[in-house]
Design a protein around this ligand. Structure first.
Ligand code: F6P
Length: 549
């Protein structure tokens, strides 16, 4: 047994779960008229309501004791101080420095990192202003009309999600595209409609060794040079955001056009760094700074607020309650906000790459569940797809719902219809529908003798936990705060589960095997190290390609 599951705090939660599981959440609401006030918090324009989780005050008290006993506060301070909490890679984790709007010094090996952070921010300001004003021109003197971000994982999902979420603030005359996939169709679909003379490529890669990104960047370079016919054009059409100066230079990008960040910025936390250049170009640097401000204020809140009112800490603790004590499967994120439709995908990387670990910080296998499977869908679309399982399935999956009080597109009363759905689904999940209600409804509809099968199929068990966010309107600042809530939620859970949330060793094996297989697809180079399935599939693909191409 691990120290965690043996701890008195863990055991107290297990015992408490048995008691509270017997009381329907509906009843907890009936018994406590103050339940909403008790289990909700406000942060700027954001309201976080977690009262529909299967909790009472004892649950929160015990979860806070669990956080205290596992050093959540001390570890938070250690992260903020720049200690190398990424222990397998011996690295600091300092995305909070990227949005440290107070400019308070953050020292790493005796050097204040804020100096370099501010230098890159002003370089981003300068560059994005030049592109937006038309001062930056392509090789033939024309201004830039299309920006293509080439990157994958954190070098794609973060900026793509933000650009998409803040679409109402973008300029229509500079269109932004994102290419990530190794599938050549991704880049070909993107560039086929573009003019090389007016297209700017932003190549985002922390390592600058990621095959998808380098392959796509090479294709883009060939495409440009086919028209430009002059290698000097590259410096007008390619910039890089990376930590790897040599590799950027070797690729042929002018180091003058390189925006730096550092090994203490994890890929999935990098949108706040130069990786966010496409955001600054599309929205203007002042909006990028609003995004940073929203995250910065959450960083302060997370560091200083008691856990009982600390939104990211509560999100993390509730996740642990549902995951480890109610044995839920997965976690759904449902933005009732079309512009946030990429948000669940962004959170998949943030959460699953961080906390999808089976060994603890000392390398011992854990005996408790760690990160859940994250998925989600914007608006009411999910209701017509997978909500059936959420309401009546045998697997418990907690959900986060989020909505703006005011839509960027207030068309007649359409937003009210969306809001009604946003409010109804969590209520249905929590409340459910019992046998008496079903029979009454069937009678009212004229069905006097409904079959038992029909009655049973219409019963909703209820007690499906969910949390809700409401904000005024999706602005850059609000979005910055929402993202930071989830970042610190993931951190909270990683600390309690005693795992390293900041490496991603699980992505390595597949990469290694792909490197070994690649030569076998284009030659008779048989490796014989594969299992019979993989070997037969290699043969099958080679045969088919030889016949078809
Ligand atoms: O392979 C996973 C990963 O390393 C992610 O963590 C990262 O965001 C992505 O690949 C891209 O890496 P890079 O920015 O170095 O190209």
């Amino acid at each position: 047994m691990s120290k965690l599951t043996e701890s008195k705090e863990w055991k107290a939660l297990q015992a408490h779960q048995k008691d509270i599981a017997r009381i329907p959440v509906r009843k907890l609401f009936e018994d406590d008229p103050q339940r909403f006030q008790r289990f909700s918090c406000r942060f700027n324009d954001i309201l976080f309501d977690y009262s529909k989780n299967h909790i009472d005050q004892t649950t929160i008290d015990l979860l806070v004791q669990l956080a205290d006993a596992n050093g959540l506060r001390e570890q938070t301070l250690a992260m903020y101080r720049g200690e190398p909490i990424n222990n397998t890679e011996n690295r600091s984790v300092l995305h909070i420095a990227l949005r440290n709007r107070s400019n308070r010094p953050i020292k790493l090996n005796g050097k204040d990192v804020m100096h370099e952070v501010n230098l890159q921010l002003s370089k981003m300001q300068h560059f994005s202003d030049k592109v937006r004003s038309g001062e930056w021109v392509g090789y033939s003197g024309k201004k830039i009309t299309n920006v293509v971000n080439i990157g994958i994982g954190g070098s794609d999902l973060g900026p793509k999600m933000v650009r998409h979420a803040l679409k109402p603030y973008t300029r229509p005359d500079i269109r932004c595209h994102f290419v990530s996939n190794m599938d050549p169709t991704d880049i070909m679909n993107t560039i086929s409609g573009l003019n090389p003379e007016t297209t700017l490529f932003l190549v985002a890669s922390k390592s600058f060794t990621t095959p998808e990104t380098l392959t796509n960047a090479e294709t883009a370079k060939e495409w440009l040079l086919k028209t430009a016919q002059d290698r000097r054009a590259v410096c007008k059409h390619f910039v890089a955001m990376s930590t790897n100066y040599d590799a950027v230079k070797q690729f042929g990008i002018d180091p003058e056009n390189m925006f730096e960040f550092w090994d203490w910025v994890g890929g999935r936390y990098s949108l706040w760094s130069a990786v966010g250049l496409s955001i600054a170009v599309g929205l203007g640097m002042y909006r990028f700074e609003e995004l940073l401000q929203g995250a910065y204020e959450v960083d302060e809140h997370f560091r200083d607020t008691p856990f009982e009112q600390n939104i990211p800490a509560l999100m993390g603790l509730l996740g642990i309650w549902n995951n480890n004590f109610f044995h839920s499967h997965g976690h759904a994120v449902m933005p009732y906000d079309q512009n946030l439709d990429i948000f669940p995908r962004f959170l998949q990387q943030l959460d699953m790459e961080s906390n999808g670990k089976y060994v603890d910080r000392d390398g011992n296998p854990v005996d408790y569940a760690t990160g859940p499977i994250i998925w989600g869908e914007a608006g009411t679309n999910g209701q017509h797809a997978f909500f059936q399982l959420l309401h009546q399935g045998t697997q418990l999956a907690p959900c986060d719902f989020m909505v703006a009080a005011v839509n960027h597109n207030e068309v007649h009363s359409r937003h009210e219809k969306l809001l009604a759905n946003f409010l109804a689904q969590p209520e249905a999940m929590m409340r459910g529908k019992n046998r008496e209600q079903v029979i009454e409804e069937l009678h009212a509809s004229g069905l006097k003798n409904p079959s038992e099968t029909l009655i049973q199929s219409k019963i909703f068990p209820g007690n499906r936990p969910n949390s809700m966010f409401i904000y005024d309107k999706l602005t850059a600042k609000t979005l910055g705060s929402l993202i930071a809530f989830y970042e610190h939620k993931v951190f909270t859970q990683g600390i309690i589960w005693n795992i390293n949330s900041f490496d991603q060793m699980g992505v390595e094996l597949g990469k290694q095997l792909a490197n070994a297989i690649l030569p076998e697809l284009s030659s008779d180079n048989v490796n014989n190290q594969h299992d019979s399935s993989t070997q037969s599939l290699i043969n099958e693909i080679v045969d088919r390609r030889n016949t078809l191409m």
